[in-house]
Write a protein that binds this ligand. Structure first.
Ligand SMILES: [Mg+2]
Length: 366
């Protein structure tokens, strides 16, 4: 590729919901949109937006990484005619993405994949895996158990009416006891019926003191798995009791990630490309999980529209279909500035994007 141009725009995003995770009270967020244009007029777009309280890097560290990666990225793209994902996997270690902010690395890879897929005349998921076969991916609905019973009941009924049958319930808020959550879980089963899949997400905050009570409640409620119930050291007794555990936040740390996979300390891996330094890292983790008979869920970090499209592209590219994913649209998307025109379908079931690249049709590609 001849010399390409790299542009980075910074955005102040509007306030995010404060109820999204048990440990995040994000009120403001900064995002970056990265555009790479080649000499032939093709362009690829990526997005980075560290999630305060969740991401391991700050917005300033992300920005610094984006700046630091610009020159080596240009050098790499000038030297290599990247025509396939396998070729990209071969050369991307030159960028040492793992040493940079994870969200910045994700934005760089997203932009490269969008650009290369457009040049190749295919959609992003087909560029990542030309043999991709998945034609539908279910997405889960996410509910915060702190809502009042009446509100929770009407939210669940509305989702069920739309056809959702996988529900992720946020648990573990410090103001709530296991007794409060027991009542809400019983309500969920009552409203959704026995066929609905119930998952719990504790974002790593549950106290070991209450675990015996919680395990009994979870067993009675027939939950599919609990995401990140607490420190990894607490997962064994939960799994020994017959409750599956999904690793999420722990996967952001390379050392923890290796240990969780190598020692098979979880049943399910929650794959967030924005936490795993991009698509290549997420792909490798999903492949490793498949080899070990671990299931995966692909999800976003309440990312922008382009980043969400990239997460969906990864999910549809995987040779082994993921479980129902956390890839539905979300309220935070409204805070991202317009410009990319990504058409994002909504749940309960997604179809793959078959437009060029990530499906962006706005100004950066015109
Ligand atoms: Mg989670």
């Amino acid at each position: 590729m001849k010399r390409c141009a790299v542009r980075c725009e910074r955005f102040a995003l509007s306030a995010q919901s404060s109820t999204l995770t048990a440990r995040t009270e994000a009120q403001s967020r900064t995002g970056f949109r990265l555009t790479i244009c080649d000499a032939q007029g093709h362009a690829g777009v990526g997005e980075a937006a560290p999630f305060p309280g969740y991401s391991r890097e700050t917005a300033e560290q992300c920005h610094a990484s984006l700046n630091a990666l610009e020159a080596p990225l240009q050098t790499l793209l000038c030297a290599e005619e990247v025509s396939s994902f396998s070729q990209w996997q071969h050369v991307v270690p030159q960028l040492r993405l793992g040493e940079h902010a994870a969200s910045a690395a994700f934005a760089v890879e997203t932009a490269v994949i969008d650009l290369c897929a457009r040049r190749g005349g295919v959609s992003a998921h087909r560029w990542i895996n030309p043999g991709a076969r998945t034609t539908r991916i279910a997405v889960n609905a996410t509910l915060d158990l702190r809502a009042s019973p009446a509100s929770l009941r009407s939210q669940m009924a509305a989702y069920a009416q739309r056809g959702f049958d996988v529900f992720k319930l946020k648990v573990g808020h410090p103001d709530w006891s296991w007794r409060d959550e027991r009542a809400r879980l019983e309500l969920a089963r009552d409203v959704l019926g026995d066929d609905a899949t119930l998952r719990l997400d504790a974002n790593g905050v549950l106290s070991p003191r209450d675990l015996p009570h919680r395990i009994e409640i979870w067993r009675r409620a027939g939950i599919a798995f609990v995401e990140e119930p607490g420190p990894v050291s607490q997962w064994a007794p939960i799994r020994d009791a017959g409750i599956s555990v999904a690793a999420d936040e722990s996967l952001a740390c390379a050392a923890h990630r290796s240990r969780i996979v190598d020692e098979r300390l979880a049943d399910v891996l929650v794959i967030k490309p924005a936490m795993l330094h991009g698509i290549t890292g997420a792909w490798a983790l999903a492949q490793r999980a498949a080899a070990l008979d671990m299931r995966v869920v692909v999800t976003h970090l309440f990312d922008g529209p382009v980043a969400l499209a990239a997460c969906r592209a990864l999910a549809f590219a995987l040779p082994q279909p993921p479980l129902a994913c956390g890839l539905d649209t979300h309220e935070g998307l409204a805070g991202w500035p317009p410009g990319c025109g990504v058409a994002l379908g909504e749940g309960p079931v997604l179809a793959p994007n078959e437009s060029l690249g990530l499906g962006c049709c706005g100004e950066p590609h015109s």
